[in-house]
Design a protein around this ligand. Structure first.
Ligand code: ZN
Length: 322
């Protein structure tokens, strides 16, 4: 039997009028051989969206309109952080940090950012995304090289999320800035934002007077994630060659009342494309090749670092600009 209309049997998907994802199957008029009105259809995201607008028997329908509202974020249980907060001897990034920093500095930064270890890949690191209300919005898992501190990108880029590893298919990931939970501690502190989580924790050791956060990606900088920081002084440190993009967003947000500025610091140094603040520090420490030779305890001392590293003072000046 041929129905007058049915859900489209081709694999073509449209934008769902409710959740705005490209998961929408429209109703097809089998007699006129054309799609029916565009709000008629079913969203494939059955657990997360559930939109289904059917034509009635005569082919009539009630038009539905939606104000787009993003689905509410899922949260991990806070106990998850405790569960993964161990095995730091096998955590490659933590072991890498030992080349440059003292045990105490590293322990402090692990506690501050609630860093975890995953065995999904050997020695992988977990960067929990905890928001300003202490909700755990996600756990990003990344693999690093123990000797160079660089991300493992071969044979593929080793990045995933705890909810994916644990096969929580209903989990709605809504990222916040890495380090956002630290915003509560002191309203007068300037927030410094970089792209990489690793850089945020390294900068936190080097310049602990500021609150360091990370977007986690070049495109992770937007009004929505910065909203909780409105009213705070914010300075952006884009990666080398990303200055233009971040400065543009900074100007747009300033116009909307954010107290935000964008540092040109990295642009003024001769660095590789994509280099960031941490790379700059290592360069000026004479450690560009990241040799595995431990520094003397004295050289690891932060004050000494400031004395031998002109970048520290350039940075302090940058903060004066906010
Ligand atoms: Zn939908």
């Amino acid at each position: 039997m041929n129905f007058k209309y049915s859900l489209d049997r081709s694999s073509k998907k449209f934008i769902c009028p409710k959740c705005q994802k490209k998961t929408f199957v429209r109703y097809f008029d089998n007699i006129d051989q054309q799609y029916m009105e565009e709000s008629l259809g079913r969203c494939d995201r059955e657990s997360k969206c559930r939109y289904h607008n059917k034509p009635n028997r005569r082919g009539n329908y009630v038009k539905q309109t939606f104000e787009y509202s993003p689905p509410s974020p899922s949260y991990h249980n806070n106990q998850e952080i405790v569960k993964y907060g161990r095995n730091f001897r096998t955590n490659n990034l933590v072991q890498f940090l030992k080349i440059y920093f003292t045990q105490t500095e590293i322990q402090n930064v692990i506690l501050r950012y609630l860093i975890g270890t995953s065995d999904h890949w050997t020695g992988a690191t977990i960067f929990w995304r905890v928001d300003q209300f202490n909700n755990v919005r996600g756990g990003k898992v990344m693999a690093y090289n123990r000797n160079t501190g660089e991300r493992v990108k071969k044979p593929y880029s080793k990045i995933t999320w705890i909810h994916k590893i644990n096969k929580q298919s209903d989990f709605v990931l809504q990222q916040c800035l890495f380090g956002l939970h630290l915003i509560k501690e002191n309203k007068s502190k300037t927030v410094a934002i970089v792209e990489s989580e690793k850089t945020a924790i390294i900068m936190c050791i080097l310049m602990p007077k500021n609150i360091w956060m990370a977007t986690g990606s070049k495109t992770g900088l937007n009004e929505k994630v910065l909203q909780p920081l409105k009213g705070h002084k914010v300075i952006l440190f884009p990666d080398k060659t990303e200055y233009g993009a971040w400065a543009g967003k900074s100007a747009m947000l300033t116009a909307k009342g954010f107290k935000i500025s964008c540092s040109r610091l990295l642009e003024s140094y001769d660095l590789e494309e994509g280099a960031d603040l941490a790379d700059l520090f290592f360069k000026f420490k004479g450690c560009t090749n990241h040799t595995n030779k431990p520094l003397t305890p004295k050289a690891k001392n932060l004050q000494t670092l400031g004395e031998i590293n002109p970048v520290v003072w350039r940075l302090v000046e940058e903060f004066g600009l906010v």
